[in-house]
Design a binder for this molecule. Sequence first.
Ligand code: BES
Ligand code: ZN
Length: 471
Amino acid sequence: MPGLGVAPRGRYIPKPMQAVFDHLEAGQARAVADLCEYLRFASVSAQPAHAPDVQACADWLVAHCRAIGLQAERHSTPGHPIVLARTPRRAGRPHFLIYGHYDVQPPEPLELWRTPPFQPTVRDGRIYARGATDNKGQHFAHLKAVQAYLATGTELPCDLTFLIEGEEEVGSKALAGFLRQHRRELKCQQVVISDTGMPSLRHPALTYSLRGIAALEVIVRGPAADLHSGIYGGSVDNPAMVLCQMLARLRDGRGRITVPGFYKDVAPLSRAERRELARLPYSAPAYRKLLGVPALNGERGFTANEQRSARPTLEINGLTSGYQGEGSKTIVPAWARAKITCRLVPDQSPEDITRRLTSHLRRLCPPTVRLEILSGHGAEPYLTPPTGPAAQAALEALEAAFGARPVQLREGGSIPIVTQFKKLLGVDSLLLGLALPDDNLHSPNEKFELACLHGGARMSAHLWPRLSAAF
Ligand code: BES
Ligand code: ZN
């Protein structure tokens, strides 16, 4: 493993870092074993039955951080605990925050997993488990890098604080309050997050934009109870039919969302940016195959990559009504409900989109049913131009670790807290994702490549001297 190839600018000149990289290489098997231990906790934040697993996972993380030489503690919140772990402080050094989340998505449907989601299994150079890539494996790579510095007595050029939360997958409800409360201690020069993706191991990525989100649930109620569809059907409206008709009207034949004003605040993509995004590796047949669809579909006039990262969307995430069991049951269901989220791009706001969508649904709803709309979590979109010395430092670290020219891209997913880091701490986030396109985030058989774990740890080790020199 080479040491730092390029002398960083600024006041800090790093000592040769060979010991750090040697330590990382020698510790790879142990790192995988430790990550497997971390992945055994079913830290599913959305399901109250898993609250004890979430707590136990936070405790394990605190213990692990302490074992590798960090000062760590667990902070209770109204929701799931937040773990803070820091390197020993030295006056006058830059301070960086490494954000991650130890909560995971629900693993269902369980029958589609080749091996159980919370029994991590290494196959073909990959770890399969719920949370492997989203996000335990990704922040674990940073922990291993910092461990290597501490274990080899290599001086870190900066102070580091890990902030690992337990509610990212359910909207990071407690974290904004926590940031406000701990503002002084968390004051830093930059946030670093590995919770996004890269197109391939040959294309390590710096992400400069994330979409925001607006979630709501629509409930259509008809008769007081399920009715015999033969006796009464035809004389009352069918809530499932009404809901489907309403939802079907939310998108036109060109893939545009029909909610009035939906695109009003969308910042147009510049020609230069479209040209840049078009340089990312992409093959339509391969993409189609990866996703298992017979044909791709999206808003006309935009490439698939633009559609999934730089354009707003409205998706039905869940749709329920009537009888779902075996065989048939002849009823007019009493109710129907749908879970909907919109992904937002600069300069849309979740409040505005929720308001517009809510009033549009009310307009579409006939008087034959009752409509209830529950608004859910929201997050603003994020964009920071990938220029300046911090971005440069990140690109250098990516290149040094993965041995390939990094790309700069937008991601379609959301990390709700990044705009709060900007608002409350006044700092931007460097998004250095380690997930590959076939990692199955939020799906059965989620996996994390060992090459991403080890490459991510090297990237983190390379980053701190370079990033410190940028401040
Ligand atoms: N790690 C993802 C976000 C992500 C994944 C961003 C891939 C870009 C590329 C994160 O854990 C996530 O799933 N976020 C949720 C947030 C939501 C629940 C508010 C999302 O995007 O659905
Ligand atoms: Zn996620």
